[in-house]
Design a protein around this ligand. Structure first.
Ligand SMILES: Cc1cc2nc3c(=O)[nH]c(=O)nc-3n(C[C@H](O)[C@H](O)[C@H](O)COP(=O)(O)OP(=O)(O)OC[C@H]3O[C@@H](n4cnc5c(N)ncnc54)[C@H](O)[C@@H]3O)c2cc1C
Ligand SMILES: *[C@@H]1O[C@H](CO)[C@@H](O)[C@H](O)[C@H]1NC(C)=O
Ligand SMILES: *[C@@H]1O[C@H](CO)[C@@H](O)[C@H](O)[C@H]1NC(C)=O
Length: 397
């Protein structure tokens, strides 16, 4: 049920989830499935574009350079498919994926080792095989790069996935309140938590899950005295046209084009990434994985064209049949990075009633349903199915 002002003030829940991006939506669903009375609160309207979970394309893949992410993604894929079946909806399109990594680097050996030890198959392509398999859509400097091709990758429609989890949560009895900003979280220990909203009164709950994206940086410090080094950054989603004299379907997902990642710079884990033409016919998405610091409230949704020459160079090199002279479109987006680019999934130290899921560092979407299960376990005081050692709050305190 969607709640309005009158019905919200003074209400009582088992768990309130703050923030209806992918993480909050999946968490509300997981909790409702466990028969909790749950309220999902969103400061803007559902489906808004000011956070990190909107748009049509997010990469989903098992190719990670750390074993625990590969194992988590094996489980996350199952949960995506379970949710799709329950909702009779399709949000994942399998396309396969390419990882371009510098030859003889740590990232090359870590990626291969993590995938091999987790039993995820992949193939190594040389430049000729790459050209042949994708009809010339992709290329690489063969002396310095290796290409790994994995079938276990694709694209998630982000907006549709959020809608799906909100819809599933509602159908399991969850309430959702949109255009309702939580202004203060007051932890009362044994008595639970009191949430104050900007203009919808107060709500009581036993537990709160904070999945507020970049805004966690604002909600957490009053509770914890620390913002966990969360750094919201400005990123830019860039689309490119196929060259005028080439087959315009070359980068189309329907015709076999994969998702792809370029690990070009040794100083960064992941440098640039792309998805095949899906949301805009004929336009392939290829973007840098970094950007300047931003503030989620004062941010102008103006695309940031910093480092654009670098992106053009990468486009020329890896997408030889895309028109690298002029991008077709650019849209602003936002990541919330942690120093180590690992997530924060934990109960706040000394605040048993408050669970946090944050710092998804530009690669969290694909884990959405698993993060939902994990945050649900934490809110219910249960042991999650994966070790949360890499994701503890304490590493920043
Ligand atoms: C351009 C781009 C490309 C990406 N590509 C990939 C990819 O290919 N693969 C991948 O796995 N991941 C990718 N990511 C990362 C992924 O999209 C994010 O990790 C994920 O969407 C984060 O979700 P979230 O729910 O934590 O945050 P958000 O989506 O920002 O949701 C947080 C919500 O909380 C609400 N909120 C905040 N404060 C309050 C408050 N006080 N009261 C009420 N509501 C509040 C906000 O309005 C917002 O709706 C990408 C991200 C971007 C921006
Ligand atoms: C993604 O989902 C949205 C919302 O359901 C829909 O409008 C859009 O057409 C979808 N995009 C693609 C590429 O299918
Ligand atoms: C985001 O990028 C734009 C363009 O570079 C820049 O002007 C802005 O300051 C950045 N941060 C905000 C506040 O949006």
């Amino acid at each position: 049920m969607n709640l309005d002002k009158r019905t919200l003030d003074g209400s009582v829940y088992d768990v309130v989830v703050v923030g209806a991006g992918i993480m909050g939506s999946a968490t509300a669903y997981a909790l409702a499935k466990r028969k909790q009375r749950v309220l999902l609160i969103e400061q803007f309207h559902l489906g808004h574009r000011r956070g990190s979970s909107h748009g049509s394309s997010r990469i989903i893949r098992k190719s990670y350079s750390t074993r625990y992410y590969v194992e988590m993604m094996k489980r996350a894929f199952e949960l995506w498919h379970e949710a799709e079946r329950e909702a009779c909806s399709e949000v994942v399109t399998m396309t396969g994926g390419l990882d371009f990594v510098r030859r003889n680097t740590l990232i090359e050996s870590k990626l291969k080792d993590a995938m091999r030890s987790a039993g995820v198959p992949f193939e190594e392509l040389d430049a000729a095989a790459l050209r042949e398999r994708f009809k010339g859509a992709f290329a690489m400097p063969e002396d310095s790069f290796v290409c790994l091709h994995s079938r276990d990758a694709g694209v998630v429609n982000a907006s549709k996935a959020c809608e799906m989890f909100q819809c599933l949560a509602r159908s399991r009895g969850a309430d959702i309140a949109e255009n309702c900003k939580v202004s203060e979280i007051d932890d009362r220990g044994d008595e639970g938590v009191l949430l104050r909203t900007a203009d919808h009164g107060t709500v009581k709950a036993r537990k709160v899950v904070v999945t507020a994206g970049a805004w966690a940086k604002k909600l957490l410090p009053p509770l914890l005295g620390s913002d966990l080094n969360l750094s919201p950054i400005n990123t830019t989603v860039v689309y490119w046209r196929t060259k005028a004299d080439r087959d315009p379907r070359l980068y189309q997902a329907e015709l076999g084009a994969p998702v792809f990642i370029v690990y070009a710079d040794d100083n960064r884990v992941l440098n640039a990434y792309g998805t095949p033409a899906l949301e805009y016919p004929g336009l392939v998405k290829f973007c840098l994985h970094h950007g300047p610091a931003t503030d989620p409230d004062s941010r102008l949704a103006v695309p940031n064209l910093e480092d654009f020459d670098k992106l053009k160079d990468l486009t020329k090199t890896f997408l030889p049949n895309a028109d690298a002279c002029q991008h077709a479109s650019a849209e602003a987006c936002m990541y919330t990075n942690t120093d180590d680019e690992d997530f924060v999934l934990d109960v706040l130290p000394g605040k048993e009633n408050i669970v946090v899921g944050a710092g998804f560092s530009g690669h969290g979407f694909k884990f959405g349903p698993l993060v939902g299960e994990i945050l649900c376990s934490l809110a219910l005081g249960e042991e999650p199915e994966f070790s949360l050692e890499p994701f503890r709050v304490s590493r920043f305190l």
